[in-house]
Design a protein around this ligand. Structure first.
Ligand code: UP5
Ligand code: MG
Length: 196
């Protein structure tokens, strides 16, 4: 069985990770956050990319796809090796730019199906407020105002055009992510029920 993929996109702090966790509780999906995989790789002893990832994350810049795609591909392969029935994936926070998309298309061509995109839409102000609030305890090096401004710029300049490309293909489900976690999830559920 080929991996069946849902891309989960939206601004920093839009609630991608929160909603993915709720999806996993209720449906048979495996959640892969590209950001989490990069943070793990950054702290892995012996990683040759630790310093690079560290700098890119603090600067809100998008890590070269060769690194990210390998982490995602490996995570998908390992999941399916353990349990071949786990072929449904939520890929959270990827693809974020044209380089990511090209890398995905090159490496995963014919190896996975992108079913649709969940787009958590949220104003920049709400995104920033949520991340700053989280920053009080998250320990994330990019939950500060300087990094957040860069993350928002990168999102607007590089990621929104990717979402627009998928919109043109009729693949995007846009969700108003500024509401409460439960209200947002009610919409997510409706979409997943219709798509399955
Ligand atoms: N919260 C969530 N939902 C809420 C709601 N409905 N109402 C009120 N509060 C809500 O949520 C953020 C915070 O808001 C939490 O405190 C939560 O409780 C609260 P979360 O679910 O974590 O939001 P999420 O969208 O996942 O935010 P995150 O900060 O993870 O988004 P980013 O996209 O910025 O971060 P990510 O980890 O994906 O990427 C980080 C960096 O890694 C990037 O900037 C980039 O440098 C690098 N990266 C790459 O280079 N390539 C990649 O492919 C991926 C990442
Ligand atoms: Mg996240």
């Amino acid at each position: 069985m080929k991996p069946q993929v849902v891309f989960v996109l939206g601004g920093p702090g839009a609630g991608k990770g929160t909603q993915c966790a709720k999806i996993v509780e209720n449906y048979s999906y495996t959640h892969l956050s590209a950001g989490d995989l990069l943070r793990e790789e950054r702290s892995r002893t012996g990683s040759e990319f630790g310093q690079l990832i560290d700098t890119y994350i603090k600067e809100g810049k998008i890590v070269p796809v060769e690194i990210t795609i390998n982490l995602l591909k490996k995570a998908m392969e390992e999941t399916m090796k353990v349990d071949e029935k786990k072929f449904r994936f939520l890929i959270d926070g990827f693809p974020r730019n044209q380089d990511n998309l090209q890398g995905w298309n090159t490496v995963m061509d014919g190896k996975a199906d992108v079913k649709f995109v969940l787009f958590f839409d949220c104003s920049n102000e709400v995104c920033i407020d949520r991340c700053l609030e989280r920053g009080k305890s998250s320990g994330r090096t990019d939950d500060n105002r300087a990094s957040l401004e860069k993350r928002i710029q990168t999102y607007l300049q590089s990621t929104r055009p990717i979402i627009e490309q998928y919109e043109k293909q009729g693949k995007v489900h846009k969700i108003d992510a500024s509401r409460s976690v439960d209200e947002v999830f009610a919409d997510v559920k409706n979409i997943l029920e219709k798509e399955s």
